[in-house]
Design a protein. Structure first.
Length: 157
């Protein structure tokens, strides 16, 4: 899990100070906060709301509306299992279920060891390899659920 330190909060405070009163301040500040912390957890949202003098509901609304913002810590590895049509018909849902089962972590969440975040994705543009999964920049194709534990183990070393 990422460690937060005082300097991150000080940096955030500077951003808040700069953006305060500007148009789009919430959006701009959230973007900077995500750069600083890697995601925008609740306490960061609260600090932004208080600093900018806007309701927490507004900050939360923006943070949850735009998919670019992660509310939870992201894992070192982002696993994206394609649920596009070509992959779906070739069984990608079973592959995704196997990832979820193997990591005991639901889709959209990060494994307790902080290593993996599981996502389902739209077409990754590699339909010829369906069903497809990406782990960061690595592409895995023609998967069956039984492949999953071995693949994940490679990232645990
Ligand atoms: S549908 Fe999965 S890569 Fe295109």
């Amino acid at each position: 899990m990422p460690a937060y330190n005082q300097s991150m909060y000080l940096e955030l405070d500077k951003v808040i100070e700069t953006n305060k009163g500007q148009k789009g301040a919430v959006m701009m500040t959230l973007q900077s906060a995500q750069d600083i912390f890697g995601h925008v957890p609740k306490d960061v949202q609260i600090r932004i709301a208080e600093g900018l003098g806007v309701p927490l509901s507004e900050v939360y609304g923006v943070a949850t509306f735009y998919s670019q913002f992660a509310l939870d810590p992201r894992g070192q590895y982002i696993i994206g299992v394609c649920l596009g049509t070509a992959c779906y018909v070739k069984g990608s849902k079973d592959v995704l279920d196997k990832v979820v089962e193997t990591l005991a972590t639901p889709v959209g969440k990060t494994s307790p060891d902080g290593l993996f975040t599981i996502k389902d994705t739209r077409c990754l543009g590699a339909c010829g390899l369906a069903p497809v999964m990406m782990i960061n920049d690595d592409v895995y194709g023609r998967l069956v659920p039984a492949d999953i534990p071995g693949i994940l183990n490679k990232y645990r070393a």
